[in-house]
Structures are given as C-alpha cells and as structure tokens.
Design a protein around this ligand. Sequence first.
Ligand code: V55
Ligand code: FE
Length: 495
Amino acid sequence: MSGFPQTPHFTGLNQPVGREVELHGLAVQGTLPAEVRGSFYRAVPDPHYPPKFADDNVLSGDGMVSRLSFNDAGTADFILRYVETARFKAEAEAGRARFGRYRNAFTDDADMAGGDRTVANTTPVWHAGKLLMTKEDGRAYRVDPLSLETKGSYDFDGALKSGTMTAHVRIDPVSGEMFFFGYECDGLASTKVAFCIADRNGKLVREQWFDAPYCAMMHDFTITENYALFPVYPTTADLDRLKAGGDHWIHEMERDSWLGVMPRYGDVAEMRWFKGPKGVSCYHMMNAHEDAAGRIVLDQCLSNVNAFPFIQAASGINIAPWDIQGALTRWTVDYNGTADAVEETVIGPPGDFPLIPAAQQGRPNEFGWMLTMDPQMKGPPVAGGPVGAMFNMVVRLEFGADGSQPGQVVDALALPPGWSINEPVHVPAADPGQLGWLVAIVDHQTGDNAFDHFAWVIDGGALGAGPVATVAIPARLRPQVHGWWVSAEQLAAAA
Ligand code: V55
Ligand code: FE
C-alpha cells in the first residue's frame, strides 16, 4: 500500500508513519511530580520514502524529533517533526529516495555524490542552550528547541574540522564541558577519530585527531574526571567493500577489541591501548569512573556478538536471538600500570539503554537503570526497532556507595505481554534523598498492526509501583533511538 518493503524493518511497530504531529492539552492521568516540568525530546528514524533498493534497515530512516512538554497547567503538548536535513530536502524535491544503502555513499544517485547524506536520527543532544540532532555518520543538525524547526547543519560556528560527530556525547557535570568524538572523521572506512571538547558555552575549544586500531563502529565512549575512554569493538568497515556497493559493517568474531585511554585534557599521543576480548560488541556504556586506587572502571552493556541482525547477516554469523550472551560488564585498567589488557567482570544483567543521573557522569555511580527482558515473561516480546525485539522491563541496580560493587538488581518494573518500553530519560528530584523520575514512551500492541502509545512517569526509586503519571499520545509512534530531558528552567534560560 505504501510502497515500503514488507520486511521487519518496515512493518509492525517499525511501519513508517511519515506524519508530522502537533497535539495540545493532552491529559495527564495520575500525579505529575513537581520536578517534571520541561521537555522530553526523542529521536525517531522514520523513512520519508521507500528505500532505493529492495530492503534497508531502521537506522537509515530520516530523523524525526519529538517534544513532549509538561506544562504548569497540568497538561502536556506533543509535537513531532522531520529534521530537514540536506538529504531530506533533496529527496522531498524529487519525491523519492536518492540515497542508497545504509552508510554507503557509493550506492547513491550520481547527482547526489558528495552530498551530506546523514539523517540526524539518533540522539537529541542539549548543550549550552542548543538542541542538536545527531547521528554518528555526519555532523549534527541544529533544531529549534520550541518549534523543532531545523536550523541547518551544525559545525560549531565553523570551528569543527571533523566531518562526523557521535550521537553519544558526555557532559561533565562540574565543568559543563561537552566531550565528544567523531569516527571516520575524514571519510568512509577511515581509522581517523576526532576527539573534541566544547566549553560550557558551547564553544569548540579542542579538536585532536588520532588513529583507531582499525575502522570500527564506535558508537559510544565515556569520560572520567581525568580520562577519556574510547572502546573499539570489531564491527569493521572496508573501503573496497563499500565501493563494490556492499555493507558498511561486518562483525569479526576473531578480532580483538580495544580500549583507548588518554588524559582527557591531554594530547592524543598519550593514548594507551588496552586489549579486550575477541569478537565482543557493545552499543552503550553506563558510565566510567576512577576507583580509590586510581584505576579506571568502565561499565558497559556488552554482548558476545553485534546485536543487530542485519550486521550478523552481512557477517555470515548465524546466531539465534536466544543464543546471544550479554551482560552489564566492567572493564578495569590502570593507565599508570604495566598490564596492557582489560580486566573483565560481569556486574549485571543482559540488556541495553543504561542510564545514570547526569550529575554522576564520570564519577562513581551508586545506582543506575537499564532496560532488559523480563525473564519470566510469558510470550514473545513486541517486535520492533533495529534489533527486532523491544525491551519489556526496566531495572535499577545498586553498586555500593563508591560504585565499586557488582550491580544488585534492587527494583524492577516488568510490562505485561504486548507492551514494550523505549529508553527512559532521568529527571532529577529536588530532594537529594529521592532518586528522581524516569520518563519513557511505552507501546501497547492491540492488534497485528495496531499500537497505542503512552508517556509514563515512573518513580526512579520505586519502579515496581508502576507509573505515577501517564499521558496517552493519540498518534502512531515509531521506536525511539535515544531521548533527552531539558527542564523548563533550562529552556527558559536559553530563550
Ligand atoms: C545505532 C543507531 C544508529 C546508527 C548506528 O543504536 C548505531 C545504535 C539510529 O542510527 O546509525
Ligand atoms: Fe546509541
């Protein structure tokens, strides 16, 4: 009917919606905590046109950004708009897809050669009063935080040399600096990585380039008070494969992983590379910190193979979803020691979308949340997202006062069959004794191809009690990649 392929990337919860939305005065059921005043932004891939080739994957979808704002009146407004990237505009002009396969510019229409092909679909990043829609294959697009109108590609007022910017920045809670990086920063399949710092006012004050051990999908990184950490897992690119029209990424089970560590204000020449296990993969890190002995501790959602089925298929890896092993995993290294390999311990359950309070970034975190699958659930998870299965449980882990202990699952919220939860954002509570609030979109499958969507506000310290407030959003929503919370005060200060 729509001309989209009838494949998992384009059907069910992943069915393209392609509609901008503006809804005002949505009712909030329950009791909205006083702190939850502000805007919850989400990045959502949603392809405007059917792909140029027979199939594509969720990650290629045009970026859409939504804003759910909670008002003093006790209601909520919801707006959803396309990020009007150069690619979006060029395709809208032609009325069809002109860019080809996922992150392979060699498959684009000839007249699009050299054009900006990013879809800005991964994380809405808020820093220094600006809202940026990011994707790791290109530079960010700036959008207006109130109207969500696209302001154009963002290069830090002409200062940024890197052609790419990660969707996973790390903001130091004390200095307000934004640490970020860009890999393949000078072209496809390049080993060059740009490491950048923007000061608390958003000015790019540092950009240094280094070489990764090989060209890898470097999705996330971390900082501590004194160090920057660059994990490298063996999901790799090859220029000849790209030129032949092939897949950007294959996962290499026999290749080493690496952890690059350097002083965060140091020179890239000070990078030390620590060897990790072969064949492992991770998309998201919970946090990193320095322990009492000065060692560097990195907590990550690690798995024994790349979690994306489309990358497994490209790699000739045949693994059933239930055979994928994963766990929240700690790597410890001593920058000043003699060991040159990571020390690995399992510290939590399998899952992804780890979350900590922003104030704990780079410091020992006493607790954190993550999404996982309810081991007791009867029936299959809701199909959707790039992995093909949505999470249905959020848990809280405690790591001890100094963040040094293995995680204990102390609280959990399991959703019933037919329900799924997207990555929450954290809203701090005014009372330091309270753990704050999680805000997330949940999906409810009501038929073969029918879904209802709700925003849930959950007490971060009492997950099991269920949502304290909910908002029904009367529009079809696609699975989110990442979100960001911006308080009403932050928005007012930026206006
Ligand atoms: C991810 C998401 C992307 C991407 C690469 O979640 C990795 C991981 C939404 O786009 O291009
Ligand atoms: Fe991510």
